[in-house]
Design a protein around this ligand. Sequence first.
Ligand code: SF4
Length: 466
Amino acid sequence: MTDIQQIVPSARSAGRGFHAYSAKHLDVLTARAGLAADERLAVRAVAAVLPFRTNSYVIENLIDWAAAPDDPIYRLVFPQPDMLPAADVARLAGLIAAGAPQADLRAAAHEIRMRLNPHPAGQLLLNAPSLHGRPLPGLQHKYPETVLFFPRQGQTCHAYCTYCFRWAQFVDEPDLKMATDDIGTLVAYLGEHPEVTSVLITGGDPMIMGEPVLRRYIEPLLDPRLEHLESIRIGTKSLAYWPQRYVTDPDADATLRLFSEVVDSGRTLAFMAHFSHPRELEPPVLAEAVRRIRSTGAVIRTQAPLIRSINDDPATWRAMWRTQVRQGMIPYYMFVERDTGPQDYFAVPLARGYEIFRDAYQGVSGLGRTVRGPSMSATPGKVCVDGVTDVAGLRVFVLRMIQARDPRLVGTPFFARFDPAATWLTDLEPVFADRFPFEPSSYETVPDELPGLWPDEPDELMVPAI
Ligand code: SF4
């Protein structure tokens, strides 16, 4: 890394040895992966639309440079030259090569982003809560028992995943971002919603925040008046991208004390830890970070999407789940890549996804079979592909709602016509019924207490509110 430091110094944070690399380092780093000049230009074109950031730990400890650019961790963090439609990449590459004004590049990037469904599953409209008639930006309330909170200082990550479904949080588009620093309003909202038993603090990555800032968000949630709050969850990939956060960072011990305080308050503190590949579990510093977090009484559940060319084989998932169980973590979800950003590039067909899940699941002990999937986080809820089978001579997908906007649908099984190419719920057609259970005319009337549940024009809800 000495060469890169000499050519383009990275951003470094005092006292913890964290060096961040951004788009301005791409040319040097992709040259190290052996990319030719035109491929490097194409990567920079993609990075004008989708975010790029990585750090010294990922570069030095996780990526196998001898295998780059095919190495799965390289593909996890580095944009690929063909991740976007060829015409878009050529247009942006042309602008970059011609030294076009930044305003032109930004305008072209904006136009492409708007075609990438930046907020899937109706996030901005369907999930937006309000308090006394006032909308609450930076909060989402999709399922009755869980509220998502997006702390303003937590809307970045130690590194960005190429397939991220929250990519819109990280690009230069203020209108696409969800964030707030108003913890008081969250507490007031929770006070009026006794049905909420869990708050998920998410991002970005909330663990990018230092302990004093994290404490400002978490302490108010421990108020005894919020006794209906049973758990606080933290959605994070810090264990994979910067495990030093819990071991050697200057505020590591203070952070662990904060975790203990949550547990001592009588609530569960759950890490929803994102691991994409077993290599992320290998460094000794990761094992030590897991051990230290668990010593506070917090639990670590693991999850990741199934991604073509990164983790789309059963052996990868089996190795991840077995190592996680060995290290004391709880396998929780295999997700289907969501319908946003470069989904076309990374998606694995549902039929193949089911086979990968089944074959991996067969190779773990009962302690690893806590995992669910492959699951689609879609507009009506989380839909799990439970199987592919033949019913009355017809090949079908067996599906199940494992979470739903309408709580009455949780646990509901249903069928869809088998389609080997389908990659998302919207690709599927009902079979043995004229509609899926979450579609509106399944009910005689739409219940009043579920406003916005059945939009008249669902397609419009996929367009960001800009
Ligand atoms: S860590 Fe999570 S939020 Fe951050 S880039 Fe990766 S998938 Fe997105």
